[in-house]
Design a protein around this ligand. Structure first.
Ligand SMILES: Cc1ncc(C[n+]2csc(CCOP(=O)(O)OP(=O)(O)O)c2C)c(N)n1
Ligand SMILES: [Mg+2]
Length: 783
């Protein structure tokens, strides 16, 4: 740099510092307004995290106004949401009205939300740890679409996570780290706001040096931003090394406490601890209290120059980077360093003091450049307008509609055969693998080490495993017989994951947002064993909250996986399926239903207002029904159809879901003598059926519509006082609600305790899912 460039850079840094102050102000004021100025109607604390915001403001200023390019994507630490929205406001992408309504309905969300916020959130965050992992899987997704030519090498973005230090306690981060290593991750930065504080208190000293070692071992470049330029200058003076040494060995709690207490407390403590060091005492004496406090607390994460240098170094290649930026929680706010500051709110007097300190005029609190002269205003505007990130138009990309196959394209006729829903799923996937069309090239499968046992093998054999580094199947080359070909290449369409279900769901979140993040529609299909949904449930919720689109196939499920035993049985998953927004869950019994629902799921993936689908499948082979017409198809999608319609005015009906269809059918056969005309209702989705019923009710009450719900229509032929026996291989509550539709009596059968290993006849008898149990329930009702 020549002298003129040095001068210009110095000016820009001064301007950035001013922007940083105004971001801090606007974020603090937004929270203050929500808590102290806006009318409270319910007496609840609104909240917001002024301390957590302040500790990250310098990092975010450097990123957003200098380093980020339009194609870069950021997951912002959830409780730094006000900082993000303030920056968006400076870019003209966030209305003041949104900030004024922070945490109130229709306003800026508490935590950045892709679906709820009006500005351009790249990744939702909220449940700590998940947004971090999301950036790794987004980068993997970018590699996947880049390998297909959809993202050009020079347009590849960095996937950046801004996280808290306590967030590093979340285990899912390390699961993602391991997966990242296996997949040769690149273009990913994780930037830790290392403020030594969590929600409850100051954090343990013991991990201090370990995080860098962990990431280094996983192949990441570790950058520690420990010291600011101010500190390095002080440390270079005679006695300075002693100050540096003091900070390096100080326990977190003491460092934080002195940071809170300020200059006089620092002086007293340092004078005592360094009493033997004459040069250090002299250096300490040379500073006024306020400057001494700055020397001790203005750490690397609050020094724009230090941050920018580190980011510039990192931009030289695409290796994954782990930045440890030392910061102070509540930096420059009255409660900085205080262990209780996480939810702390400045008092009105403290906010007024901050306003004065930052030069904002009273009454102009929402004017981000208030009190700044014309020339500097212009210069600030120029800085924002010429920042690379200003080139971001809208982060939401569009993907064109891809024609998807029909159910008949996907599954050959199966009537009269024996088949399980899991086998049908495998067959459909194999049919897809054999197709040559745009759709099949966009299907991407993924599984946490259960690819083979969930029947994805046929697809993977034909379409291959995705990896940036090609690797041939050694067993195949050596002509060792195997049913599975396991060759890896960039063209592969299966992302193999290690056994970490959190990673499966975050991978589905990223792959399922490919259309919006990278402009390329993918049709992600993820498989796992049904019980292990619970293992990754928060990540599944996270994927759905962001409106990621995918097909989730969970198999085997329930007691029906019999010999595998209780540890592998899922009981509550039908209720999970019912209660998870953004996800329609289905439990087909037959192969043709499975194909219909898969075709439906692929269409839903790209439908406006669509969503994701969860299929709960089984390995139990059932004799397939012979269909006499096609009416069942619509019913299967809508959630139910009469496998055997009731006679008009029938007094009894059986309602079943999933793999215990043969028991329901057998019981129905036996019933017909005593209860002629009884119906047999096949429920493919308690979830869709229930949601439709509640929606119809809402429409009647709120919009005055007279829509009849599917279940109301289906039950209409039954006598008003008809009895219902419901049965499924899962929590009985998933179906028992049907009795409320018309006020009918119900006996609900299902699983209510952990099962054990056994064969189906023994288990169904023991856990009361057999025809006898169904008949007992009928008898009980008919008495
Ligand atoms: C999974 C999950 N558990 C708990 C919380 C509640 N929570 C929000 S922030 C936080 C502590 C964050 O500390 P840190 O990551 O160090 O961030 P800081 O505020 O110090 O910057 C906790 C426990 C959460 N958001 N998500
Ligand atoms: Mg922290």
């Amino acid at each position: 740099m020549d002298d003129a460039q040095v001068m210009a850079e110095r000016q820009d840094i001064a301007l950035l510092r001013r922007l940083e102050e105004r971001v801090l102000w606007l974020a603090s004021w937004t929270i203050h307004n929500a808590n102290h100025l806006r009318e409270s109607r319910d007496g609840l604390k609104v909240g917001g995290h002024q301390a957590s915001c302040a500790s990250m403001t310098t990092l975010m200023t450097a990123l957003y106004f200098r380093v980020l390019r339009p194609q870069d994507r950021v997951a912002v630490k959830p409780h730094a949401s006000p900082v993000f929205h303030a920056i968006q406001h400076l870019y003209g992408r966030q209305d003041l009205d949104q900030l004024k309504r922070f945490r109130s309905i229709g306003g800026a969300q508490s935590y950045p939300s892709r679906t709820k916020d009006k500005d351009d959130v790249d990744f939702s965050t909220g449940s700590v740890g998940l947004g971090v992992a999301m950036t790794a899987f987004a980068s993997l997704t970018q590699d996947y679409v880049a390998a297909r030519g959809s993202v050009k090498p020079d347009a590849m973005g960095r996937m950046i996570s801004l996280l808290g230090d306590a967030e590093l306690d979340e285990g899912n981060i390390y699961e993602a780290l391991i997966e990242a290593c296996k997949h040769d991750l690149r273009n990913t930065w994780w930037i830790v706001d290392y403020n030594r504080q969590s929600l409850d208190a100051t954090t343990s000293d013991r991990m201090f040096t370990r995080y860098g070692e962990i990431f280094d071992a996983a192949g990441w470049r570790v950058e520690t931003l420990k010291w600011s330029k101010r500190q390095l200058a002080a440390f270079a003076r005679p006695g300075g090394e002693a100050l540096k040494g003091w900070i390096e060995t100080a326990p977190n709690d003491l460092y934080s406490a002195l940071t809170y207490q300020g200059g006089a407390a620092w002086r007293e403590r340092l004078n005592a601890d360094l009493a033997q060091d004459k040069r250090a005492l002299k250096l300490i004496a040379s500073y006024a209290d306020e400057d001494l406090a700055l020397v001790m607390t203005e750490l690397g994460g609050h020094c724009l120059e230090t941050i920018l240098e580190a980011f510039e170094r990192a931009a030289e290649d695409d290796a994954p980077r782990f930045f440890i930026a030392y910061t102070v929680k509540g930096w420059r706010l009255p409660f900085q360093g205080h262990k209780d500051n996480h939810a702390g709110l400045m008092t009105p007097a403290q906010v007024a003091e901050l306003r004065g300190r930052l030069g904002v005029s009273e009454g102009e609190e929402w004017d981000v450049f208030s009190g700044i002269g014309d020339n500097e205003r212009k210069a600030l505007r120029r800085l924002v307008e010429t920042a690379p990130f200003a080139g971001r138009k809208d982060g939401r990309r569009d993907a064109r509609h891809i024609p998807t196959p029909s159910a008949d394209d996907l599954l050959p006729a199966v009537a009269g055969e024996e088949a399980s829903t899991q086998a049908a799923f495998g067959k459909v996937m194999f049919e897809i693998a054999k197709r040559s069309d745009d759709f099949s090239d966009r299907v991407v499968t993924t599984s946490p080490d259960v690819t083979v046992s969930t029947n994805l093998g046929g697809f993977v054999n034909r379409r291959g495993v995705f990896h940036r580094r090609a690797h041939e199947d050694v067993f195949k080359n050596r002509r060792i017989p195997s049913a599975q070909v396991w060759s890896m290449a960039e063209t592969g369409q299966h992302v193999e994951l290690g056994i970490a279900e959190n990673n499966l769901f975050i991978a589905l979140a990223a792959l399922g947002l490919s259309h919006s993040l990278f402009g390329e529609r993918l049709f992600p299909v993820g498989t796992l064993y049904d019980p292990f949904i619970a293992r990754g449930l928060d990540a599944l919720n996270y994927a759905c909250y962001q409106d990621a689109r995918f097909l989730l196939v969970a198999t085997p499920s329930g007691l029906t996986l019999a010999p595998e035993g209780g540890a592998h049985q899922s009981i509550g998953t039908p209720l999970i399926g019912m209660s998870q927004p953004g996800l329609d869950s289905y439990e087909p019994a037959f192969a043709d239903e499975t194909a219909v629902l898969m075709a439906h799921a692929f269409e839903r993936i790209q439908a406006e207002g669509g969503g994701s689908t969860y299929l709960r499948l089984s390995t139990r082979s059932l004799r397939q029904p012979v269909r006499t017409d096609d009416a069942w198809r619509t019913g299967a999608v809508e959630g139910a159809y009469w496998l055997r319609p009731p006679a008009e005015g029938a007094r009894l009906a059986l309602v079943y879901s999933g793999a215990i269809a043969p028991e329901a059918i057998a019981a129905h056969d036996a019933l017909l003598e005593d209860a002629p005309g009884a119906g047999l209702l096949a429920v493919t989705s308690p979830d869709v059926l229930h949601a439709d019923w509640t929606a119809a009710g809402r429409a009647r009450w709120t919009a005055g519509e007279t829509r009849t719900a599917t279940i109301e229509r289906l039950l209409a032929p039954l006598a008003p006082d008809a009895a219902l026996v419901t049965v499924l291989d899962g929590a009985p509550a998933a179906l028992s609600w049907i009795g409320s539709v018309r006020g009918q009596r119900v006996r609900a059968l299902g699983l209510e305790s952990f099962g054990q290993s056994g064969d189906l006849p023994d288990l169904y008898q023991r856990y009361r899912l057999d025809p006898e149990a169904i008949l007992d329930a009928c008898a009980d009702l008919m008495v």
